[in-house]
Design a protein around this ligand. Structure first.
Ligand code: ASP
Length: 291
């Protein structure tokens, strides 16, 4: 087994600029999530554990649109989507339109580990979670003051906040995870790219892994993360691959999105065609956090 330098890149969503008042807390949230996942990788943990660790940290942080702090649909309800994938044997797990789970990514992981199904939605996903010992949470525990105000006041699309993580571990395995409350004011029952393997999340040890955020419908149609990972063939730099995938997305669908990507060598890259994207990654030994 060749030992590799681990690599990690996180995102906290792409979309409109984050209001100045929210930036410090969001920055701290990304730093905390990065530190948690980086410690896992440094101690020889798997890429899968690292992306789950980062995603759980951001799901628990009310600053992000995932888990606690999820945005509301047009009925004023929370409906969350999440997925994860590992790049060695293509195991994957996903949940869609779940309402009473504190950490949808952990349930997606449990589904993946069980290996029978890849994707469960709604009540079925919640029954699966309960049977595996995940305690249900009430709507009140997930809805923050800020999301409630936003729903009552504006009913317009707003700041970004989907979360995602992509990692390479010392054993050369890659993994990706994505979790979201979806898009603001969405139709009940709508499931976006974050729960769809190949759209919001994709991983392949021979090429790399990616996590996307932005217009979910466009991302699904363009199978954005699978496309971007494919563009890593022939050693293309991850930033160039991410840009090429977004160019295709925009040309064909006019969609706006962002993507983080890393390749099998551990080079990280990202691109977005929205006004802003929240990111955390290492440049040399320096942690770069942008909100
Ligand atoms: N891609 C997510 C969705 O469509 C939303 C986002 O990333 O902002 O559900």
């Amino acid at each position: 087994m060749t030992r590799r330098q681990p690599a990690l890149i996180l995102h906290g969503g792409a979309g409109a600029s984050v209001p100045a008042a929210q930036r410090p807390l969001r920055q701290q949230g990304l730093e905390r999530a990065f530190a948690a996942a980086w410690a896992i990788l440094q101690h020889g943990g798997t890429a899968l554990d690292a992306v789950v660790g980062a995603t759980v940290a951001m799901e628990n942080d009310p600053e992000f649109n995932a888990g606690v702090g999820s945005c509301l649909n047009q009925d004023g309800e929370v409906e969350m989507d999440a997925s994860l994938m590992e790049g060695t044997t293509y195991r994957a797990g996903a949940v869609g339109a779940v309402r009473h789970l504190r950490n949808p990514i952990l349930v997606a992981r449990a589904l993946m580990e069980e290996g029978r199904h890849v994707f469960l939605v709604g009540d079925g996903a919640e029954r699966f979670a309960r049977a595996r010992g995940f305690l249900p949470v009430s709507r009140e525990e997930l809805v923050t003051e800020r999301q409630l105000r936003r729903w009552h006041a504006t009913r317009t699309a707003g700041e970004p906040g989907t979360v995602g993580a992509v990692a390479l571990d010392r054993a050369g395995r890659v993994a990706a995870a994505t979790s979201t409350g979806g898009i603001f004011n969405k139709h009940p029952g709508r499931i976006g790219d974050s729960a769809v393997i190949g759209a919001g999340t994709y991983a392949d040890d021979t090429l790399g892994a990616g996590s996307a955020t932005g217009d979910g419908e466009a991302i699904i149609r363009a199978t954005l993360t699978r496309t971007a990972v494919d563009y890593l063939r022939d050693g293309r730099d991850p930033t160039r691959a991410a840009q090429a995938a977004l160019t295709l997305l925009h040309r064909r669908t006019h969609g706006e999105a962002g993507i983080v990507l890393l390749d099998a060598l551990g080079r990280v890259g990202y691109a977005y065609n929205t006004p802003a994207m929240s990111l955390a990654f290492l440049s040399g030994d320096t942690l770069v956090v942008q909100v």
